[in-house]
Design a protein around this ligand. Structure first.
Ligand code: HPA
Length: 268
């Protein structure tokens, strides 16, 4: 399935081209329900979308209104560890680009590699390390979407980042900053891997986001990304992670992140 055809299909079905889209990660799906919903399309009904098998990824594309703006929420995403090829993982982002979305906010749940990033911390991404062992742009380059060798300098939009910081300050919401390293998963990182990642300058580790950011930047979409820290990585303890705990922390911080995103959308 061609992402351009899917973009056309969505344009006709929904009758609008929103400027903003938000990808909701693990435990954050509920954010989409906080605003008036105009349309909701299950991923299974969208040509070319696969079905998310990850826990707490609902799998709906939602058109909401925040103020006067139509905003797209992608409730759930596809991960490389689910066994999908990268082309499927980034298909929704390619569709957003072909559709004409201008600003993408990407969210995820992540493990912490730094003591100061405790579970529950909302962390704005300043940079990333792609350690997934692949790149979503490998293969034919769609020159209409972007260039063969796109820059990944300042891939997290400086202006959006500072606007979001300003909003967080005004609303009294504490956020931190961090570098995210993306791994393929699904096994969690060993202590030695965590120590290596931290020594490379990573603050957070997760299994998503980077492919979407690369594809969005390739197509010239402005990107802002947040991780909700849901657990300390293995660097700091001897226990296995509880998926229950991960969802709990994502839920609380998700509510504050919603406030930042909604305000940002009304100001951009
Ligand atoms: N590691 C990788 N991905 C994650 C983690 C983690 O500790 N927590 C949430 N997603």
């Amino acid at each position: 399935m061609d992402y351009k055809q899917t973009a056309q299909w969505l344009k006709e079905k929904l009758g609008c081209t929103p400027r903003f889209a938000v990808i909701l990660g693990t435990g954050l799906s509920d954010m989409a329900e906080a605003f008036p919903i105009f349309q909701k399309i299950p991923y299974g009904d969208i040509p070319g979308f696969v079905v998310s098998t990850a826990p707490s990824h609902k799998g709906n594309l939602i058109v909401s209104k925040i103020g006067k703006e139509s905003v797209l929420f992608l409730q759930g995403r596809f991960h490389y560890y689910e066994g999908y090829p990268m082309t499927d993982v980034v298909f929704p982002t390619r569709v957003l680009a072909a559709w004409g979305i201008e600003v993408l906010v990407v969210t995820n749940a992540a493990g912490s590699l730094k003591l100061n990033l405790a579970p529950g911390t909302i962390t704005q991404l300043t940079d990333h390390i792609n350690f997934m062992g692949t790149n979503p742009l490998i293969g034919h380059n769609d020159d209409e979407q972007g260039e063969r060798f796109p820059s990944m300098n300042q891939q997290y939009d400086p202006e959006l980042r500072s606007m979001a910081d300003e909003i967080a300050g005004e609303k009294g919401i504490k956020t931190e900053k961090g570098v995210y390293i993306a791994v393929s998963g699904p096994s969690l990182e060993t202590k030695a891997e965590c120590a290596a990642f931290a020594s490379w300058g990573a603050d957070l580790v997760g299994m998503s986001t980077v492919p979407e950011v690369i594809v969005a930047r390739h197509a010239g979409i402005r990107v802002l990304a947040y991780s909700i820290v849901t657990n300390y990585s293995n660097l700091f303890h001897e226990q296995a992670h509880s998926q229950e705990e991960i969802r709990h922390h994502a839920g609380i911080a998700g509510n504050q992140l919603k406030t930042i995103i909604a305000e940002l959308i009304s100001r951009v």
